[in-house]
Design a protein around this ligand. Structure first.
Ligand code: AMP
Length: 452
């Protein structure tokens, strides 16, 4: 399939060629014709699938075919949960629309409102906005939403999680009744389903990852460790595996700062990005990470939304998220647009319930492993993963020094258990309900012969 066969116009094809996109991703193949036809769209697609181009390209083409914009008016509105995602979508629009005479504007909170008011004076063909700042601008009459032709809700699940539902309802009330609606969400909770029922009219449905399955191109595994040793294990992984660009997720802002300091003590150049950092600080940290001046970027879930770094090789969950859907978002940072990625979760005994919730959501037990020198003294219990695993495999004989990271999810299917993963180094049949017994000899000797 080629972009031109999807019906995209010459100026867009030229911009895509310059971006180096040779063919559309799966979601683009489905979304582009649907949006071009003017239908509403409901897309279950996580970040990394190419969904942004999936809506930006046909949106720009439709806008180009219509009448120009008038002062303070907006023709297409893209609502996003975070500033970073707003910037990211704005950059995509600018790149794809570079040969079209259309004006895109990006607005979000945490920065001065006056320059944004000035930018909106002449109106915008596309306005990308976070909900709170958009309402502020509407209250000041800097922007009018009465002529919006298309509404896009990007990462809608995240917007609901962040409590934007009230703001979104206020915004919807300002839009004309007749318009096109496009909704993208990584996960489909009951809240989203209820919300979309009111919003969308006979939408085209696209489901890229049925049942919230995490991106297939991401090799996911759990590294069992005691809580107190997590920071040391992280430094060890980064240094001994020669990881050059690692995105590390933590749950709290304080946790992010403390971990960044600790990494620096271990000689690992790191920066943090979280909600207490100003926009310029976040932008600086992100650009240093992108240019590889900073090796590790430590981020909270909210701050990490919208970070787009192509082919990010590794994501590490320093702690597991409280909300299992966040796991899917986190690992969506790697293995983007079909490239291979690795997601490692450092899991301590107290996190087993969170691990269980994640495995239930993604419908697969995560492979577990332990590293020599970091074998936990407090065992991480087995989870009660509910789906049946594939046929039980014959247990393999434990191998000493069996390579580096786990090789395939098939490794994790334990002999006869109910889907509980065991370390691939210690591939012993585990009794139902019993914790896997790590033996010192069976722990991974992963770092032998690797770069320091
Ligand atoms: P998204 O899921 O929209 O966040 O996009 C993920 C990444 O894939 C971004 O870095 C895009 O620039 C990239 N991308 C989107 N579409 C394509 C494509 N057709 N070919 C190659 N890369 C793409």
């Amino acid at each position: 399939m080629s972009f031109s066969s999807l019906g995209l116009s010459g100026p867009l094809l030229r911009a895509l060629e310059e971006k180096g996109y040779s063919e559309p991703t799966a979601i683009q193949c489905k979304a582009i014709p649907a949006v071009l036809s003017g239908r509403d769209l409901l897309a279950a697609a996580q970040t990394g699938t190419g969904k942004t181009a999936g809506f930006c390209l046909p949106l720009l083409q439709r806008l180009d075919a219509g009448a120009g914009v008038k002062s303070n008016l907006v023709r297409a509105l893209v609502l996003v949960p975070t500033r970073e995602l707003a910037e990211q979508v704005g950059q995509s629009l600018a790149a794809y629309g570079r040969y079209l005479p259309l004006k895109s504007t990006v607005v979000y909170g945490g920065v001065k409102i006056n320059p944004q008011m000035m930018k909106l004076r002449g109106g915008a063909d596309v306005l990308v906005a976070t909900p709170g700042r958009l309402l502020d601008l509407c209250e000041r009459n800097a922007v009018k939403l009465s002529q919006v032709e298309t509404l896009v809700l990007d990462e809608a699940d995240r917007m609901l999680d962040l409590g934007f539902i009230g703001d979104i309802r206020k915004i919807l009330a300002m839009l004309p009744r007749s318009r096109q609606n496009l909704l993208f969400s990584a996960t489909f909770s009951g809240d989203i389903t209820a919300f979309t029922g009111d919003l969308l009219r006979n939408p085209v449905r696209i489901e890229m990852n049925p049942g919230n399955a995490a991106a297939r191109s991401v090799r996911q595994w759990v590294c069992e460790v005691d809580k107190a040793k997590k920071a040391a294990l992280l430094s060890h992984l980064v240094c001994n595996r020669g990881l050059e660009q690692v995105l590390v997720f933590v749950r709290t802002k304080n946790g992010a700062d403390a971990l960044t300091r600790r990494l620096a003590q271990d000689g690992v150049c790191a920066a943090s990005i979280h909600g207490d950092k100003s926009q310029p600080e976040r932008a600086r940290a992100l650009s240093a990470f992108k240019s590889k001046e900073v090796r590790v970027l430590v981020a909270t879930d909210v701050a990490a939304r919208g970070i787009d770094i192509r082919e990010l090789p590794v994501v590490i969950n320093f702690d597991l998220p409280k909300v299992p859907e966040d796991y899917v978002h986190r690992i969506g940072r790697t293995g983007r647009a079909g490239s291979e990625g690795e997601a490692i979760s450092l899991v301590s005994a107290d996190e087993v319930r969170l691990l269980g919730a994640i495995e239930t959501l993604i419908r697969q037990p995560l492979m577990r492993d332990q590293l020599a020198g970091f074998v936990p003294t407090q065992q991480v219990p087995l989870t009660r993963f509910r789906d049946r695993p594939a046929k039980p495999k014959k247990p393999k004989k434990p191998k000493q020094g069996a390579g580096d990271a786990p090789k395939s999810s098939a490794d994790q299917k334990p002999g006869g258990g109910k889907g509980q993963g065991v370390g691939c180094g210690d591939a012993v049949p585990s009794k139902k309900g019993a914790a896997p017994k790590p033996k010192r000899g069976a722990a991974r000797q992963e770092d032998r012969g690797r770069r320091p």
